[in-house]
Design a protein around this ligand. Sequence first.
Ligand SMILES: [Zn+2]
Length: 247
Amino acid sequence: MRALTLIILLMVAGTAGAADCPDNPAALGTARVLDVSAATTPRVGRKEFPQTLPLAPKEVVLTFDDGPWPGTTAAVLDALKRECVRATFFLLGRNAASSPSLVRREVAEGHTIGFHSFSHPLLGRMAPDRAEAEIDKGIVAVEAAADKPLPRKTRFFRFPGFVDSPLLLDRMEQRGIVVFGTDVWASDWNRMSPAQELNLILSRVRKSQGGIVLFHDTKAQTAAIVPQFLRSLRNEGFKIVHVRPAE
Ligand SMILES: [Zn+2]
């Protein structure tokens, strides 16, 4: 009897994502939620920093930068919804102000909202006070576009072009802002066919055995491949981790 209970528990655990996704029993799903705090992990992502999130092999955190963008962001959200997958969007303030309904949709569908400045300047090359004002302008614009209060004790931020400075990194940490680099990127700032991008990002995710993955939801080639990318992750046994700002 105990063995049977264990087997049932294991089966439930193994299909947790699908169980949460009644419209799509074969969905990839979101395997677990990870609360992230600047006190323990002020900076994450091995492309830029010595450490990353505490992920197990084959766990993937999906991140999308520069949006929201008409057309492409909605397509990405549709694909995530179909697979019951939750991601993190690092938003530009100016784009949030132009497309507030997309910000509200991201919030309503349970995704994490991160910040990416107002207008994407290379912050580490600016005077620190001007850079911080630009970061704050982005936060204010995104929060104004969202239809409910966003977490304030901890926030997630990604520097445009990963151009930071030791002083700005210090200030972010003092403010409880977790700075995200990434572990893997899709190189989707380069023009390539969707098939090329899919092969490239899958080969990188296999090699790294998961980690934080960076896309741009402003790119049509990315919007085109996200459905198949998620299918491939599922078929190859990867698990999705949803990161949230710690309260
Ligand atoms: Zn960017």
